[in-house]
Design a protein around this ligand. Structure first.
Ligand SMILES: *Cc1c(COP(=O)(O)O)cnc(C)c1O
Length: 354
């Protein structure tokens, strides 16, 4: 039995939204979910009209970023049902991120109740165009007011929803990457494996520099030797070398993506060899010279599979697969989106139906 209190809006603003031309995370649905953490427990779960929230200037998260988020999607299925893709993985990851950031864990049943109740209420907001979806953004942050550095004693957990189109304006087309020479994203022992706000603030300047130079995103090298590849922008990265897949291992500085995990599963099931191992930028340059670098792509919920057409490192430019989408990236994109939209069989039990 749900104990969520629900206060609905009088008039939806859905008619103002152009569902044929959606960007990413620019418009939000009519309602939002909130609950608060006080005196050691999560209380007052509620759905209310989407709108402003009020805090004091001393609210600790504004100063010290004790904050974690998640991102997943709800898909419109042609039979009228709604598909979520491996949502329990997002919640488990949120709780791991929370552990790292001293934020209290969120009960799995409470989370699912909140998310599914909100999505059902907002089902009209799920776009039915293929490639479009309703992006779900759960997030949690400290709400106490103080300036000394310590964990907050109070928190708010919220879920907001945003109908979205393609993440990159390129759509499912190859992106270009610049390897930053003087910036790193994360180090082992830091917070790189947590989906916590500060990581993204830290990535803005290098990404802006890359974009000014005409590249879509940055390709991060490790923070210690500045030699091994970590991630691409806010995605995990895979390389196709000969007919094998290689992706960096989860050793503390990389965010363990759900799309990464799904990609590894699928490729192994197709009989491909998949290696989770360190891979240096020098090795990538060598394989490219030998004509053995057949492809590269990023993986993440927002873009699903994002093929890479070009990598720039110092004064070296690598052209990958002539800037075309490779067959493996294409097959993975088709398979994962096919499962998500209920067009392909869900052989792994990845779909959670609402
Ligand atoms: C969210 C995220 C990913 C991708 O994770 P998915 O679960 O596949 O969406 C990869 N890297 C970073 C830094 C991220 O924030």
């Amino acid at each position: 039995m749900s104990n969520i209190s629900i206060k609905t809006i009088n008039k939806s603003h859905i008619d103002e939204v152009d569902f044929d031309n959606l960007g990413f995370g620019e418009v939000f649905s009519d309602h939002m979910f909130s609950m608060d953490y006080e005196n050691g427990e999560w209380i007052n779960p509620r759905i209310e009209p989407y709108g402003n929230i009020e805090f004091e200037p001393a609210m600790c998260t504004l100063h010290y970023a004790q904050s974690v988020f998640e991102g997943l999607k709800a898909f419109h299925v042609n039979d009228g049902s709604i598909n979520l893709f491996r949502p329990e993985m997002n919640l488990e990851r949120m709780n791991r991120s929370n552990d790292r950031m001293c934020i209290p864990r969120i009960d799995i049943d409470m989370f699912f109740d909140a998310m599914t109740t909100l999505i059902k209420l907002e089902r009209n907001w799920i776009p039915d165009k293929k490639g479009y979806s309703l992006y779900i953004r759960p997030f949690v942050f400290g709400t106490e007011n103080f300036l000394g550095v310590h964990p907050s004693n109070t928190y708010r957990f919220m879920i907001i929803l945003s109908p979205v189109g393609a993440y990159y304006k390129e759509g499912f087309n190859p992106v270009s990457l610049l390897v930053p020479e003087e910036y790193v994203r994360a180090v082992k022992g830091g917070v790189g494996e947590a989906k916590t706000s500060g990581n993204y603030a830290a990535s803005l300047l290098p990404a802006e520099i890359a974009q000014k130079r005409g590249y879509t995103q940055v390709l991060w090298l490790d923070g210690v030797e500045h030699k091994y590849i970590d991630e691409v922008g806010t995605m995990n990265i895979f390389f196709v070398i000969d007919d094998e897949l290689v992706t960096p291992p989860l050793e503390g500085s990389i965010l363990g993506g759900i799309t990464r995990d799904s990609t590894i599963h699928l490729a192994r099931d197709w009989g491909m060899k998949v290696y989770e191992r360190r891979i240096s930028i020098d090795e990538i340059i060598e394989r490219s010279k030998e004509d053995r670098l057949k492809g590269a792509f990023g993986t993440g919920t927002a873009a699903v599979i994002s093929p890479v057409g070009e990598i720039r490192y110092k004064d070296i430019t690598l052209n990958i697969n002539d800037g075309e989408i490779g067959p493996i990236a294409r097959r993975l994109y088709d398979e994962i989106t096919g499962i998500q939209y209920g067009e392909k069989p869900d052989r792994y039990g990845w779909i959670y139906k609402i």
